[in-house]
Design a protein around this ligand. Structure first.
Ligand SMILES: [Zn+2]
Ligand SMILES: [Zn+2]
Length: 101
């Protein structure tokens, strides 16, 4: 499990540019995720979590931040890459994952 310290200081900017290039869509299931400034007041906490776009490291190496190694994925797809054997993702698992990134 990667620890937050392995991420570079400008990780937030790197991740943001990847997400913007993807127009806030998951590259796997193509779901439109929440983008900054979007009104999410009508969504539940778990809906917001599900629609949060994350950035996955294709080779599972957080130090490798080359563009080709970074894949925009929604929370569920991202979790699926890290827990391949489980097909169903519960909001509880997602909140756990939020702490891991
Ligand atoms: Zn997805
Ligand atoms: Zn990942």
């Amino acid at each position: 499990m990667p620890s937050p310290q392995r991420y570079p200081e400008n990780w937030y900017e790197i991740a943001l540019s990847i997400k913007e290039q993807a127009r806030w869509r998951c590259s796997k299931c193509k779901m439109q995720c929440i983008h900054p400034g979007e009104d999410t007041s009508g969504l539940t906490k778990s809906e917001r979590m599900v629609k949060t776009l994350t950035v996955h490291h294709a080779n599972y190496t957080p130090e490798d931040n080359r563009i080709e190694n970074l894949i925009p994925l929604c929370s569920a797809c991202h979790l699926g890459y890290h827990t391949r054997k489980k097909s169903n993702v519960t909001p509880g698992q997602l909140s756990l994952f939020e702490e891991i990134k």
